[in-house]
Design a protein around this ligand. Structure first.
Ligand SMILES: [Zn+2]
Ligand SMILES: [Zn+2]
Length: 145
């Protein structure tokens, strides 16, 4: 922005900051930004409320639910692993799909994490669905480029 600003001031004798249009634009950008932040906050709160209800339900029937998930996975010929790596306890115990998605089934951990798909490879990873992000292996891959 500074570069463009300098260029315009020099070459065209126009200062973006001083122009009415850009002030309006700045206001608009600011408004969009604050609306976006509010929506983000509300969605996170909603998610937290929902997951706490599910967590309570899960904790009452933990063993049964884990058993069901595992037998379903076996019946499905080990396709669609219902567990993914938990970012808190590093065990493959975070439920990746179904009703209890986002709950770590490790009784010593019991953390909750929203799950989404990596924007590059589509792999499951912690994060909110409306956020743009990459899984660890994709992030690593990009760092190496
Ligand atoms: Zn965990
Ligand atoms: Zn990825």
């Amino acid at each position: 922005m500074e570069l463009i600003d300098n260029f315009l001031v020099k070459e065209l004798q126009i200062n973006i900051e001083a122009s009415v249009k850009s002030l309006e634009l700045q206001k608009k950008i600011h408004t969009i930004d604050s609306i976006w932040k509010r929506i983000d906050r509300e969605r996170r709160q909603k998610w937290n409320q929902d997951i706490q209800v599910k967590l309570k339900k899960f904790q009452r029937k933990r063993d049964q639910i884990i058993k069901e998930l595992k037998s379903k996975y076996a019946a499905n010929k080990w396709v669609d692993n219902p567990f993914t790596t938990c970012p808190d306890c590093y065990q493959e115990t975070l439920i990746a799909n179904g009703e209890y998605e986002g709950i770590c089934s490790n009784s010593k951990c019991s953390s909750v994490n929203p799950l989404t798909e990596c924007s590059r490879c589509g792999g499951i990873m912690p994060g909110f669905s409306w956020e743009f992000g990459f899984c660890e292996s994709c992030s690593e891959w990009m760092r190496d480029q």
